[in-house]
Design a protein around this ligand. Structure first.
Ligand SMILES: *Cc1c(COP(=O)(O)O)cnc(C)c1O
Length: 367
C-alpha cells in the first residue's frame, strides 16, 4: 500500500507555502559571496530588533532549560497594557500565522466558506483548504480589497472573512471608516478576521476595539515579525473579546510561544522609540525606492507597509535576474505575474536593488 493512500485525500492536493529564499542558498546557487547579497524578500525589518529586545533574549537563554510560561502571562500583560485590553483578551501564537490556523481549527468544518480577496496574503486560502473548507475568492480591482463585493459574497455557509490591511503583497489598505462600516454590516454568523501584520506602519491604524466592546465577532492579529524585527523567533498574537479568545485557546498547543521569543517580545513592545525609528526609516526607504523606480519608469503600487509591488513586465524573469545580481526579491503568483515584490531595506540595500534594476533594464534594451 502506498503511503499516500493512507493520507487524508484532500491533503494530497494541498498547495505548499513558498517562502523567500535564504541568503546562504542564493549564495550557493549563484556562486555569490553571502556578504554581497541583500534579502528584500520577506518584509523583515532591515534594522533588526530593538537592542533592548536582543539583550532580553540573551538573558532569557540562562533559563532555557525551563518550559516557558504556558499562556505567556507576562507578555500578554505587556500587550494588554499597550492596547488597553484585559489580558484574557489576548492569545499568543507561534507567529501570527498560528492564529490564522487556530481560527480554522475552531471555526471550520467541511463545506464551510472562507471569504478572501483575490490578491490577499495567501495563508488564509491555504489554511481554509487544509481544513476542508472552501475559499471564496473575491476580485480586487485596483489591487485593493473590495469590501462591498466581500459583503455580497457572504452566504449561509460563510464562517470567516479575512481582511489584511495593509495587505501583503499589494501594500494597499482600506480606510478605517470603510472597515468599521463593513464590520457593522456583517451578519451574526460570520467572524471577521483582521490581519494587522503591518498596522504599526500606519499613522492611524483602524481601531476595532469599540466594535469588540459592542459584541461584534472579531479577531485581530498582530505580529512581532515585521516592525519589531523578531521574524526568526516566531511570535505573534490575536486579540478579541474574552469569549472569542477563550475559544481559540482550546486549539492552542500547551507551549506554542517559546521562552526566548516571549522575553524578546516584552522588551520589543515596550521600546516605543525603536518602533518609531523603524517607522521613520521605512518611510525614508519607501521614498528612496519610489523615486528611484520613477527614474527607471517603473510603475509600482503605492504602499502603506514596508515593501513595494513593482510592475516589471515579466516578473519571473526579473526576479531571476535580480537574484543573479545578489538581490533576493519575491516572485508573484500567476495573477500578479507582471510584478515582483521588493521589501524596503536599509539605504544601502535599496541602492543595491535600484542599481541591479538599472543594470537589468539597460541590458534588456541593448539586446
Ligand atoms: C508577515 C505577515 C504575517 C505574519 O506572520 P508571522 O507568522 O507572524 O511571522 C501575517 N500576515 C501577513 C499579511 C503578513 O504579511
Amino acid at each position: 500500500m502506498k503511503l499516500s493512500q493512507l493520507a487524508n485525500p484532500r491533503i494530497l492536493d494541498q498547495p505548499v507555502y513558498q517562502p523567500g529564499k535564504p541568503i546562504e542558498q542564493v549564495a550557493f546557487e549563484h556562486k555569490l559571496d553571502p556578504k554581497e547579497i541583500c534579502k528584500l524578500a520577506s518584509n523583515e525589518n532591515p534594522w533588526g530588533a530593538s537592542p533592548l529586545s536582543i539583550a532580553a533574549g540573551k538573558a532569557a537563554l540562562d533559563q532555557v532549560h525551563l518550559y516557558p510560561e504556558g499562556s505567556g502571562e507576562k507578555l500578554r500583560n505587556a500587550i494588554s497594557k499597550k492596547l488597553q485590553l484585559d489580558p484574557a483578551q489576548i492569545i499568543l501564537g507561534n507567529g501570527s500565522n498560528e492564529i490564522i490556523e487556530l481560527l480554522g481549527h475552531i471555526f471550520l468544518d467541511d463545506g464551510d466558506e472562507v471569504i478572501v480577496g483575490e490578491h490577499a496574503f495567501v495563508v488564509y486560502k491555504l489554511m481554509a483548504l487544509l481544513m476542508g473548507a472552501t475559499p471564496v475568492i473575491v476580485p480586487m480591482p485596483n489591487l485593493v480589497h473590495d469590501l462591498d463585493e466581500m459583503r455580497k459574497a457572504i452566504t449561509d455557509k460563510t464562517k470567516l472573512i479575512f481582511l489584511p490591511s495593509p495587505n501583503n503583497p499589494t501594500g494597499t489598505s482600506n480606510s478605517s471608516d470603510e472597515i468599521i462600516r463593513f464590520v457593522e454590516s456583517l451578519p451574526e454568523h460570520v467572524v471577521f478576521c483582521m490581519d494587522e501584520a503591518y498596522a504599526e506602519y500606519l499613522e492611524n491604524p483602524p481601531d476595532l476595539r469599540p466594535l469588540m466592546r459592542l459584541g461584534k465577532k472579531i479577531v485581530a492579529m498582530r505580529t512581532f515579525s515585521k516592525i519589531h524585527g523578531l521574524a526568526g523567533l516566531r511570535i505573534g498574537y490575536g486579540y478579541g473579546n474574552k469569549d472569542m479568545i477563550e475559544l481559540l485557546q482550546k486549539a492552542r498547543q500547551p507551549f506554542n510561544a517559546n521562552a526566548i521569543a516571549q522575553s524578546c517580545a516584552i522588551a520589543a513592545i515596550n521600546d516605543n522609540s525603536w518602533v518609531d525609528q523603524c517607522r521613520n526609516r521605512n518611510l525614508a526607504g519607501l521614498k528612496q525606492m519610489s523615486e528611484g523606480l520613477k527614474l527607471l519608469n517603473l510603475e509600482y503600487i503605492p504602499s502603506q507597509a514596508n515593501f513595494l509591488l513593482v510592475k516589471v513586465g515579466n516578473g519571473k524573469e526579473i526576479f531571476d535576474s535580480l537574484q543573479r545580481l545578489g538581490v533576493i526579491t519575491r516572485p508573484m503568483p500567476e495573477s500578479l505575474k507582471e510584478y515582483v515584490r521588493i521589501s524596503i531595506g536599509t539605504e544601502k540595500e535599496n541602492t543595491q536593488a535600484l542599481h541591479a534594476l538599472t543594470q537589468i533594464i539597460a541590458s534588456a534594451r541593448a539586446s
